[in-house]
Ligand binder design. Sequence first.
Ligand code: 5GP
Length: 188
Amino acid sequence: MNLLKQRILSDGQCLDNGTLKVDNFINHQMDPALMMAMAQEIANRFENKGINKIVTIEASGIAPAILVGYLMQVPVVFAKKNVPSTMEHMISTPVFSFTKKRCYDVGISRNFLSADDHILFVDDFLANGNAAMGIIDIANKAGAQIAGMAFLIEKGFQNGRQKLLDMGIHIESLAIIKSLDNCTITFE
Ligand code: 5GP
């Protein structure tokens, strides 16, 4: 998606640990017009796939997810982080956070995910696929089907895509970064 790629080039900053900082238009300050354009692109790519629910993980996935849900006219559920194991009706799984370098439990209530659901997972980044694998585990425990996964930005030099493709998941990413080497952003 050219609009997003241009914005990454003009406003994205690469950190030397393979992280792309986009907190002036996605992760902290948000650009609603760009966010809506990205949501429209995702909704178009997953049209007529029988999706009845959007799933994301708090916090950065919520903004794109709610817009995709609005456009596709389906509910949006976000997995909560640091779910106490005592919380009732929760389906939870441990996820390793790429940015925080630690593991935390994420969970979704059984009230909002069931075997009737065909979900589209929406998130800001795909890196090593840990967040996505966590959602696959939760969906499996709920008996829900994963119809696809959509990411605003994929870091193609990490192995998330391969893990998801190996599981037969349909992935769409709006911008795929080939390299951040020498702090130069290059796209695939
Ligand atoms: P994964 O679970 O695929 O390894 O990493 C994806 C998650 O980590 C995303 O939800 C995102 O919040 C965060 N993340 C991974 N890489 C980056 C990055 O380069 N920049 C930012 N801002 N977040 C990232």
